[in-house]
Design a protein around this ligand. Sequence first.
Ligand SMILES: [Zn+2]
Ligand SMILES: [Zn+2]
Length: 277
Amino acid sequence: MELTVLGCCSGMPAGGEASSGYLVRGGGTAVLLDCGPGVATALGARGGPAGLGAVVISHLHLDHCYDLLPVGKTLLTMALHYPGGPPRPECAPDPLPLYLPRGTADLLRRWQALFPVPTLPQLDRAFDVAFDVREYRPGDTVDVAGLELELHELRHGAPNCGTRVTDGTTTLAYTGDTGTTPALDDLARGADLLVAECSLEATDTGPQGHLSGGDAGLAAASAGARELLLTHWTSDDPAWRAARCADARAVYDGPVHVARDGWTDRLEAPRPAVVTG
Ligand SMILES: [Zn+2]
Ligand SMILES: [Zn+2]
């Protein structure tokens, strides 16, 4: 399994980096975890959405879903115009499975209708035509070709599920946005890589729900995750990011990585111990 960071910013894009988006390849398919502002551009530079097996949205904050509409319209325009030439209104793409938190699909359908194109009405129905919209519930398990995805409810100002992805050999856990919660243990238990949001300098006890570097390190240690990737940055200052990593390293013995756009990691299962004698 391979992870590529498409966007590592909290809130809006900054410093040339996009908001939340993580491309996971494995099992002969690819899954996009979150689709914040700037992610459609980053995805386009890596083959575009046509190669995806599914998109999973952790929660309906803009920095995690704003580029869904451009991705949907990209799929539609590819079908309508490919391989170039006049529009073919009868054409539609194979719908891409889009997993959304329960109760959010209607909001996105209202959003798509705000941008009418009278000559190509399909473009006003991107979520209905380009996507196969499926609302998930916390605890659901989803199969996408050779990948299995588990949705784990965490603690955030909007209903948010982290995603645990396994290809049968390696496991990646992604938090979306969350405050400290025991549920992080189930999300990340024994994971080869925990991709943890790291928005804050200090532990947040309020209702918004975000992690500090120390919180993320403690979560990785408690869950027995093998490596930790900190992301969802609220500052593009390298020194600030390095300080958050130092906070995590103070409480967690495994490797701690600093997410940046384009950061890629190929996950490998731990090698069995060599028995000699
Ligand atoms: Zn966020
Ligand atoms: Zn959020």
